[in-house]
Design a protein. Structure first.
Length: 285
């Protein structure tokens, strides 16, 4: 018997995949999604979503997926450690706009190809949206290449929109003097915040409910502790809660208590995280 069977659960409630069936509509997610939709609809050329590791950026993209696919031709790049040339190549490849013989074309040729693609596609009324996840790994020259791409426009509108999604390091990159031209183009940039303590409890409850065991949601004195270790970051919540289930099982307990959380944290080598308030209760500046 594994620990999930012990709890009468079929599937891992706290798995670490951005699974849309487990999407929890937090306020932060809804707010960012709203601004992004607005920005896309009003034709902004460059949009950015920042967020710490594990706050749910990729999940948000998955969730926006069906909305985006209906309205846009999308190219979705997930591993952007690419030279400018390889980035152009990856975009065309994701659009299925390259034939085998064209795989060794130069950057200018690929650039031209994207332009041709846009002009050809535009009468269909669908704009092109290039989404780059983990965009903090894009080399500076490749970010600059994206700026050049976003110059493609008709008299009336941009032919292409670009959505960058990345960790806070992306912001530092974009603020480098060499990218100031790009920075001036960015009118929409949103930061995905972690869950509040109250939302975190609702999130835990939501996931347990999905597998039919909402009653396993721990009481406030226990969730408080979960919050101290995770500060509302979904990936950390999942890790800790998943391990806590295992710890409860190992101890033969049909519930999650403080000891389960403590043991889980120890086993994962997680320490309490500093929050917005300092140790002495003062708000951090
Ligand atoms: N709104 C949400 N609803 C449900 N699960 C979420 C949500 N946001 C994040 N998660 C979970 O947290 C984990 C990390 O999310 P992910 O999107 O990969 O973070 P990021 O891309 O910001 O590093 C995933 O396991 C995902 O299932
Ligand atoms: Mg991600």
């Amino acid at each position: 018997m594994n620990h999930l069977h012990f709890f009468g659960i079929q599937e891992e409630p706290f798995r670490l995949t951005p699974d849309r069936d487990f999407f929890f509509p937090s306020r932060a997610h809804a707010a960012v999604a709203e601004v992004i939709r607005y920005g896309l609809e009003s034709g902004e050329g460059f949009l950015i979503i920042y967020g710490e590791v594990g706050t749910g950026k990729t999940m948000l993209l998955r969730k926006l997926g069906s909305y985006l696919h209906n309205r846009y031709d999308t190219a979705y790049i997930i591993a952007p450690q690419l030279t400018p040339r390889d980035l152009l190549f990856a975009i065309l490849q994701d659009l299925n706009a390259l034939s085998r013989q064209e795989s060794d074309q130069s950057a200018p040729a690929l650039f031209q190809k994207i332009y041709d693609y846009l002009v050809r596609r535009n009468p269909a009324g669908k704009r092109l949206l290039v989404i780059i996840d983990e965009a903090q790994s894009l080399p500076e020259e490749s970010i600059e290449q994206l700026r050049l791409l976003s110059n493609f426009e008709t008299d009336k509108e941009k032919l292409m929109q670009i959505l960058l999604v990345g960790q806070p390091e992306l912001r530092e990159k974009i603020y480098r003097p060499s990218l100031r031209q790009l920075r001036q183009r960015i009118t929409i940039s949103e930061t995905l915040q972690p869950l509040s303590a109250a939302e975190m409890t609702a999130y835990i409850n939501f996931r347990l409910n999905r597998v039919g065991r909402a009653d396993l949601t721990p009481p406030a004195r226990v969730t408080k502790m979960v919050y101290r270790y995770t500060r509302g970051t979904p990936r950390l919540i999942n890790k800790l809660m998943s391990r806590a289930l295992l710890m409860s099982y190992a101890a033969g307990k049909q519930h999650i208590d403080k000891k389960s959380i403590k043991d889980a944290a120890t086993s994962l080598d997680m320490a309490p995280l500093a929050g917005f308030r300092g140790r002495f209760g003062r708000p951090a500046s």
